[in-house]
Design a protein around this ligand. Structure first.
Ligand code: NIG
Ligand code: FE
Length: 414
């Protein structure tokens, strides 16, 4: 069955000519087509016919996009959206000057959410998450990554991964599952950290692999969480089992996480707020994606990652919300894009590349999604506006008109 997406004012293709990522200066080249339409068959992009050569009578299924801009569906590559409870009290403390790290040291932070998640049923967690995913879909997200990491015991981490599995079955968008058992040390293992590492490597990872519960393994490399040596042990085992890797690193302290991530061929390194010149050089021309999370800097009143320097040094940069209850309680992908424009000196075009094709690369899905190229999935976001710049200009408003997954409309304003 063919469907014609007819006469959009702009088609932002983010075309990579089959390379499937945009690095450094290339991130400005989002390859806009005008006076063309998109022909889709069985959920896949078939061609971009010129409007002047189209005979509309030949098509039974036409979606008129006159005066609307169409872009690749947004790829949200870093969230912690399966959680319960609220940390609004901590937010108040943070605003009064107490740091995120101090709160964590006093048993708040991630461990606060862990308590709540351990007390929640699968049904409760699915219910909370479903509402959040729906909001992302309304913002044009067609691919979404979700991490575990608020269980920190065998049964509670598996519970979260099962929630993600249920959500994958329920939603038509692509959902990618990441195991973050190494988020922080749970209270039971504070005095025997190597025992928790063994629990991860000997029990959790093999079970998750066997039951196909996650594609990625992630960890938090930080003075308050896991050391580079501990991350290395987990990553080596994960690599052996065939998982792909991501790392939360260089967020508050530079302790060697980036080196361990690169040594283990991580697909992405995420955060990088305190990245040094040496770190920038390591990511320059690297295949590892630098995923930046400006919502965290905004939410914690903290410095922003050096996006400009990374791009100027030829890195592959992606952007994500890091939506979570403690460091980025911001369920707004467009606001993240706007923050990158206003606070990170990224151009609108660089931001679009970072939220589409480069974010797809951060999920190893770049061959199928993230840009509008013949043979890729027909995943689109359509704006109520004729120009993509309006996405950045309309702060605090959702100007998405339609979200389209594999050629099907899954959210529609009109
Ligand atoms: O990506 N940095 C570690 N983990 C999360 C925060 C999780 C939390 O505070 O609950 C992050 O910022
Ligand atoms: Fe995170």
């Amino acid at each position: 069955m063919k469907r014609l997406f007819y006469n959009p004012s702009q088609i932002v293709t983010a075309n990579t000519a089959g390379k499937f990522f945009l690095r450094g200066n290339e991130m400005n080249e989002i390859s806009i087509l005008e006076n063309h339409s998109i022909l889709v068959e069985n959920g896949i992009i078939l061609e971009f016919p010129k409007n002047s050569e189209l005979v509309l009578d030949d098509y039974k299924d036409i979606i008129d996009l006159t005066n609307k801009c169409i872009l690749p569906g947004f790829v949200e590559s870093h969230t912690h959206l399966v959680f319960s409870g609220s940390r609004s009290n901590e937010f108040k403390l943070k605003l009064s000057g107490i740091s995120y790290e101090e709160i964590a040291k006093n048993g708040g932070g991630i461990l606060h959410t862990v308590k709540s998640v351990r007390d929640s049923s699968i049904e409760e967690l699915v219910h909370n998450s479903r509402i959040r995913i729906q909001k992302f879909i309304e913002q044009g997200i067609t691919t979404l990554e979700i991490k575990s990491g608020y269980g920190l015991s065998f049964s509670d981490e598996i519970k979260i991964l099962q929630v993600i599995k249920q959500l994958k079955n329920e939603f038509s968008i692509d959902i990618v599952s990441t195991f973050l058992g190494a988020h922080t040390f749970p209270p039971e293992y504070q005095n025997d950290k190597s025992k928790y590492i063994s629990l991860i490597t000997e029990e959790m990872l093999p079970f998750i692999k066997e039951n196909n519960l996650a594609e990625f393994v992630d960890a938090f490399c930080e003075t308050t969480a896991f050391s580079p040596t501990e991350v290395d042990i987990i990553f080596q085992k994960a690599n052996e089992l065939g998982f792909s890797l991501k790392l939360h690193t260089e967020q508050f302290n530079e302790i060697g996480g980036l080196n361990i991530a690169l040594k283990n061929k991580a697909v992405s390194v995420d955060h990088l707020e305190v990245l040094t010149q040496n770190g920038i050089s390591l990511l320059s021309n690297s295949e590892t994606v630098a995923t930046l999370l400006p919502g965290v800097s905004f939410f914690l009143n903290y410095n922003f990652a050096p996006a400009r320097k990374l791009i100027d040094n030829n890195a592959i940069v992606a952007l994500a919300t890091d939506f979570n209850p403690g460091s980025s309680h911001i369920l707004n992908f467009h606001f993240i894009m706007q923050l990158a424009a206003m606070r990170m000196k990224m151009s609108f075009e660089e931001i679009i590349s970072a939220c589409t094709i480069n974010a797809a690369k951060a999920l190893k899905m770049e061959a199928n999604i993230g840009s509008l190229e013949i043979g890729k999935k027909a995943d689109f976001v359509v704006l109520q506006s004729p120009n993509y710049s309006d996405l950045f200009y309309n702060i605090g408003q959702n100007i998405v008109d339609k979200t389209i997954k594999k050629g099907e409309i899954i959210y529609n304003v009109n």
